[in-house]
Design a protein around this ligand. Structure first.
Ligand SMILES: [Zn+2]
Length: 275
């Protein structure tokens, strides 16, 4: 039923028999190329509400006025208010550097929540972690995994992988490990179980780097973030810094919830202490 299409550096699914497209691309240009590759679209299934997956929808809605858009109920707040994505990354009203089209999606898109019958009929697979309501699509022993995992070239370039809840992503990856043998990410090249392993190892390496950094005594949260980024993925642009920072805070919170480290306020600095 499904065809895989690669436009730019993103992978999409399209079902010609029902004219269903999975994800709408980061913007007009990719959506235009996608339209040229696939033809007509009646329905878009959005795997998750990140702007680089739905920025192309205004173009597609203009091209196909009857187009219907569906996504998981846990993702809908982000589509109702696209400012929530950059605000989540920043921790408050986002600055201009995070208000670019890659992170701040279009507003006022008409959408409907996907219901459970769709999950059965189209073999949608809940894959929480990267975002709370992300789903993938099963195609026999192949899984279209959206951003639950990334191609090897992406993992190498950006080793601090963004997952809202990295611990939940690890659990999700474990649940799909036995069922599927091939994995298609939204970004980067598909692969077998080796790709799953590379992604798991990158997440584990980030957890371990934070833990190692906190074993030598108490340090400020800012110092911990700086040291971890320096060790894993030095960045020199503000938007990339905020992306990594937001990702790392998720890893820190996971470890704090596991009791591996504690957070406290000292002289108006958040201090982190390992076990
Ligand atoms: Zn994403």
């Amino acid at each position: 039923m499904w065809q895989v299409h690669t436009v730019g550096n993103q992978n999409y699914l399209y079902a010609p028999s029902r004219k269903i497209l999975v994800d709408g691309g980061p913007g007009k240009e990719q959506a235009r190329k996608l339209r040229q590759a696939i033809g007509t679209v009646d329905i878009v299934l959005l795997t998750h509400a990140h702007a680089d997956h739905y920025g192309g929808l205004p173009y597609l809605l203009t091209a196909f006025p009857g187009l219907r858009l569906f996504l998981h109920s846990r993702e809908t707040p982000f589509l109702c208010n696209p400012l929530l994505e950059p605000a989540l990354l920043f921790g408050g009203l986002p600055p201009r550097v995070l208000s670019n089209p890659f992170l701040l999606g279009p507003s006022n898109l008409p959408f409907q929540e996907i219901d459970s019958t769709w999950f059965l009929e189209l073999e949608l697979v809940p894959l929480p972690g990267h975002t709370p309501g992300l789903f993938g699509i099963a195609m026999g022993d192949t899984l279209f995994a959206a951003d639950t995992l990334f191609g090897p070239e992406i993992v190498k370039k950006y080793p601090i992988l963004y997952h809202f809840d990295p611990e939940e992503t690890l659990r999700t990856l474990s649940t799909v490990e036995e069922r599927f043998t091939t994995f298609i990410p939204s970004h980067g090249s598909p692969g077998g179980r080796e790709l799953l392993r590379i992604n798991k190892e990158a997440i584990e390496q980030t957890f371990e780097t934070i833990l190692r950094t906190t074993t030598s005594g108490t340090l400020s949260l800012e110092k911990l973030l700086q040291t971890t980024m320096t060790l894993l993925a030095p960045v020199n642009s503000l938007d990339h810094y905020f992306l990594n920072r937001s990702a790392l805070l998720g890893y820190v919170s996971s470890l704090e919830k596991q009791g591996e480290l504690t957070l406290q306020l000292e002289n108006l600095e958040v201090m982190v202490q390992g076990r």
